[in-house]
Ligand binder design. Structure first.
Ligand SMILES: [Mg+2]
Length: 163
């Protein structure tokens, strides 16, 4: 059987960006009260490697294993800020290798979440992503997006999609 390729976002799907931001800077990004300017100024001021220090979100390792067992090839597709591209891209690569203990999967860091849709190789390629703008752009370009809220739901949605 040919492996089905699955594009998987990191922040908000596998990696706890909001959780680490809240723990470090005391502000909940999900409540929307932080400007982009303030957000990146804080992340830039972080002592150490902010993206490398992100926690693995609950259920992620188990879900990824389930997907591999179902015959999916996982490709991590993650957005990085243009201002700090190389540095953040390296952290994300290292994060997948060390925190997810995934030594094989491709990690593709791009600038701008909406540009994820440019990575569609074939109509119907699936992206699991927690950001609506990204899933909308993916859908507009002919892909099949899954708007992620938690792994249990995303696994069910994928199962229905490929039933
Ligand atoms: Mg995300």
């Amino acid at each position: 059987m040919t492996k089905k390729r699955l594009f998987v976002d990191l922040d908000g799907v596998c990696a706890g960006f909001d959780e680490h931001y809240l723990a470090t800077f005391g502000k909940d990004l999900r409540q929307g009260a932080v400007s982009d300017e303030e957000l990146w100024a804080n992340v830039d001021s972080y002592e150490g490697d902010f993206f490398y220090d992100l926690p693995v979100l609950p259920g992620t390792r188990e879900a990824l294993q389930t997907l591999r067992d179902r015959g999916y090839e996982i490709v991590y597709l993650t957005a990085c800020p243009a201002s700090n591209y190389g540095y953040v891209a390296q952290q994300k690569h290292d994060w997948v290798r060390m925190k997810l203990e995934d030594q094989e999967a491709l990690v593709i860091p791009i600038v701008g979440g909406k540009n994820k849709a440019k990575l569609i190789q074939f109509q119907g390629d699936v992206l699991i992503d927690d950001f609506h703008k990204n899933t909308q752009a993916w859908s507009d370009a002919g892909g099949e997006p899954i708007l992620h809220t938690d792994w249990a739901k995303s696994l069910l949605t994928l199962e229905a999609l490929h039933a």
